[in-house]
Design a protein around this ligand. Structure first.
Ligand code: NAD
Ligand code: 89V
Length: 338
């Protein structure tokens, strides 16, 4: 079988990880890179050996691509998916899929009408620690409670300055990942309550949130997120999790230490990532999850299997974000509407 021909659209901050990761996936050949900023397109071409473009339409007309990897910020996702759909090219698209759920639905309708496949680059559930935690859940019986925590003082706006300008910050940019983890671990959500706090000096938007989710299984999860937590050592970029089940509990702690507590016994293991050769130590776990996410996309394109984080699946996570904003505004529990 010949390799899939792909292209990255948007060669900014986070795309550097996408660009490097495609080089590690044997079934993919990165044929082209595109950024409206010629210097960024050129830099990405030098990094990967792909052909640089500054116009997506020209690239789609020229390159005979199997897929595009959209790594621009959310406002551009809808028009870019429309262009890919018109060209009959499959898509993997960064989160957040769109600025609001109406935009997500329009993107899915466009992709489905064109018959292209679409996956969201929702990388948290492809993190090695999350995969290890999920596998270990088979040993704790019926899960009934989880505490899922992303609380850090990491200066996210330093590399992503546009986050200081967005109206919806903590839940749409970061909470979306942690809510996806809640679905990944405990299944779909019947309703949720949320409280948000504006705790960051550079923005009036909420930078911290606490949510309580009732899952359809009857389990309850507490999902907490913050970018203004002063803590040493800072767990960034780890999500810390505790899950309690009928036969034991699991504790995913700092430095990828996983504890399994069962009556009379504690088992400790490591769920550390396999660090890619190109990784930066601070971001290694995130970078490995990018590689895992993109490898999953390529495998499913080849095999025809459903993407774990298909566009339709991500609609359900997006509905949790919308429900959380609605609950924070009304003070009432909200039923997510995917
Ligand atoms: P960025 O602003 O650094 O990069 C975006 C790039 O897209 C820019 O270089 C811009 O010139 C380019 N661009 C914009 N419109 C374009 C178009 N029509 N055609 C070609 N290029 C275009 O943004 P970023 O911080 O890299 O974020 C990109 C996306 O990645 C966001 O959706 C963000 O939420 C997401 N992200 C995800 C993670 C994660 O862990 N999953 C981490 C960081 C960022
Ligand atoms: O996912 C994101 O958008 C980033 C993070 C730091 C969590 O990777 O902000």
């Amino acid at each position: 079988m010949s390799a899939l021909r792909g292209a990255v659209i948007g060669c900014g901050f986070f795309a550097q990880n996408h660009l490097q990761a495609w080089g590690d996936i044997k079934d993919v050949r990165l044929a082209a890179v595109c950024d409206i900023d010629p210097a960024k397109a050129q830099q990405a071409a030098e990094l990967t050996g792909a052909v640089p473009y500054t116009d997506v339409g020209t690239m789609l007309d020229t390159e005979g691509l199997d897929f595009v990897d959209i790594a621009t910020t959310m406002a551009t996702h809808e028009p870019l998916v429309s262009q890919a759909a018109a060209a009959g090219v499959h898509v993997i698209c960064q989160k957040p899929f769109a600025p609001d759920i109406a935009g997500v639905r329009r993107i899915l309708d466009t992709a489905e009408a064109a018959g292209i496949r679409i996956m969201v680059h929702e990388n948290f559930r492809y993190q090695t620690p999350m995969i290890g935690l999920k596998a270990a859940m088979a040993r704790i019986g019926e899960p009934f409670f989880a505490h899922i925590s992303w609380r850090t003082g990491f200066d996210v706006a330093k590399r992503q300055p546009y986050l200081a300008e967005v109206e919806r910050f903590i839940l749409l940019d970061l909470g979306i990942h942690v809510l996806d983890i809640a679905r990944f671990l405990l299944g779909e959500v019947a309703d949720l309550c949320a409280r948000t706090q504006s705790t960051m000096a550079i923005t009036e938007a909420a930078a911290a949130a606490a949510m309580s989710l009732r899952h359809t299984s009857g389990a309850v999860s507490e999902v907490v997120c913050s970018y203004t937590t002063r803590i040493d050592p800072d767990p960034f970029p780890q999500t810390l999790v505790e899950i309690e089940g009928s036969e034991g509990s699991l504790h995913l702690k700092h430095d990828y230490r996983l504890e399994l507590h069962r009556p009379g016994r504690v088992e400790v293991s490591s769920v550390a990532p396999k660090v890619p050769a190109w990784a930066d130590p601070e971001w290694a776990m995130v970078q490995e999850s990018v590689l895992n996410t993109q490898a999953h996309f390529a495998e499913c394109l080849i095999s025809g299997a459903e993407f774990q984080t298909s566009g339709r699946d991500n609609l359900k996570t997006f509905a949790l974000v919308e429900a959380a904003y609605a609950s924070a505004a009304s003070g009432q529990p909200v039923v997510p509407e995917a």
